[in-house]
Design a protein. Structure first.
Ligand SMILES: Cc1ncc(COP(=O)(O)O)c(C=O)c1O
Length: 419
């Protein structure tokens, strides 16, 4: 008899158990959005769980541009960019981004996930190695797993660890060093200057994912490579529209030669439908606003500083974040669910992140802040956190509930001790 492929589904109870206990925190239905607030179960909640850093997802000018694009080109492109799906707005956005990021060329993908997966897979071959920060986003890991190249994880944001890995690789292997510019869970900024220096010593090629740094770091929000002034040392930059630019989609930026290659070799581009006109029209407008209203980014940083200080003074452990992503370190998964549920009941929308998004036993409630949060919003949020600190504690010394089982998503690939 054949193996029953649905057995694992029948035996999967985690989500049902959490629901039964009344603290299931995922797939929460939003019935309406009003700026920084959402309506869930008939009640207003302040949103601190999104990546809408500049508040552009709700900007009326962006919404109008999305509607205009729909009226002009229709609801969808109904085909791949390669075939019937390229409209003038795609090319306009590619040029606008290339100009903004000071790159020769840009290629849009239907999601940021596809951009990472498509580029990493297409650019690497069997004799190559992808050196991957252990806290990189899942889409990078997916790209590494889809690629035929060897995956070489290195300790988070550590130039000495990268050197240790690089020096053991064959001299003639292609070496792609991939990292997030801002790490999506910890909020750390990549130490690009040190990583670039080490990478150069061994002939590595840098690839930086700017998903959480566009609109946040660098002049006009040009990202981590511009923040550090190392644009010329990073041949491949990836970005998304699903955060500061308030929509969805992704891109790869680099040389014209590389983009021409990806256009014809990246399966995640060729075999999927092109970004819908509404998305591209909206992103074009959001990019224009982001460039012309730098005060949004200034406000984002003002809000960020206030919240870092506020959480710390309440006694919460926010790790090593340097950005608007502020993890509240909790430790146990169950307690992170309880904490998020209590926040929700008090009118604050934030979600827990558990393994494999973070290391096992190091659950967080991930909060992130926007330029459009007002002083009153932020004070209200801190008041609620203060209340919960009194009620549940601050978890300032995260308890690793199962220390023996701490692991991260890379464990499948670790053949040797991480150094
Ligand atoms: C660092 C990073 N890279 C890539 C992605 C994927 O982006 P998208 O949501 O556009 O697929 C994300 C999304 O969460 C991310 O955080």
């Amino acid at each position: 008899m054949s193996k029953d492929i649905f057995k694992k589904c029948r035996e999967y109870h985690d989500s049902k158990d959490a629901r039964a206990q009344g603290f299931y925190p995922y797939f929460r239905r939003i019935d309406d959005s009003e700026g920084n607030h959402v309506i869930c179960e008939g009640k207003r909640k302040i949103m601190i769980g999104s990546n809408n850093y500049l508040g552009l997802a709700q900007d009326p000018r962006v919404i109008e541009a999305a509607c205009d694009a729909t009226r002009r080109f229709g609801a969808g492109c109904t085909g791949s960019r390669l075939l019937n799906g390229t409209i003038s707005l795609h090319e306009e956005l590619e040029s606008a981004l290339a100009d903004f990021l000071q790159r020769e060329s840009v290629l849009l993908f239907s999601t940021g996930f596809f951009a990472n997966q498509g580029a990493l897979t297409a650019l690497t071959e069997a004799e190559d190695a992808i050196l991957c920060d252990r806290e990189n986003h899942a889409s990078i890991i997916e790209g590494c797993q889809t690629s035929v190249a060897r995956l070489v994880p290195y300790r988070h944001n550590s130039a000495p660890a990268l050197r240790n890995r690089l020096k053991r690789l064959p001299e003639d292997a292609g070496k792609l060093v991939v990292m997030d510019g801002v790490f999506s869970m910890s909020g750390d900024i990549a130490d690009l200057p040190s990583m670039i220096e080490v990478s150069k010593e061994y002939g590595g090629v840098m690839y930086v994912d700017e998903a959480h740094s566009l609109g946040v770091l660098g002049p006009q929000g040009r990202g981590t490579v511009h923040h550090f002034g190392v644009n010329d040392d990073v041949p491949i930059v990836m970005g998304t529209f699903s955060k500061s630019l308030g929509s969805m989609g992704g891109f790869i930026a680099g040389s014209q030669e590389m983009i021409e290659f990806l256009k014809h070799k990246a399966r995640c581009l060729i075999f999927t439908a092109a970004l819908a006109p509404a998305v591209v029209g909206g992103v074009l407008k959001a990019l224009e606003i982001m460039r012309s209203e730098p005060e949004r980014i200034d406000q984002l940083w003002k809000n960020t500083r206030k919240m870092h200080e506020g959480f710390k003074s309440l006694g919460f452990n926010i790790g090593s974040t340097q950005t608007p992503i502020v993890p509240i370190l909790i430790g146990s998964e169950a307690r992170s669910f309880t904490f998020a549920q209590r926040l929700f009941e008090e009118g604050v929308f934030a979600t827990p992140a558990i393994y494999p998004a973070v290391r096992y036993g190091e659950a967080i409630v991930r909060t992130s802040f926007m330029s459009t949060h007002t002083e009153k919003d932020l004070d209200f949020i801190l008041e609620i956190f203060a209340k919960l600190a009194r009620e549940l504690g601050t978890f300032d010394d995260p308890v690793y509930t199962q220390p023996g089982r701490r692991r991260n998503i890379f464990d499948f690939a670790l053949q040797e001790q991480d150094r």
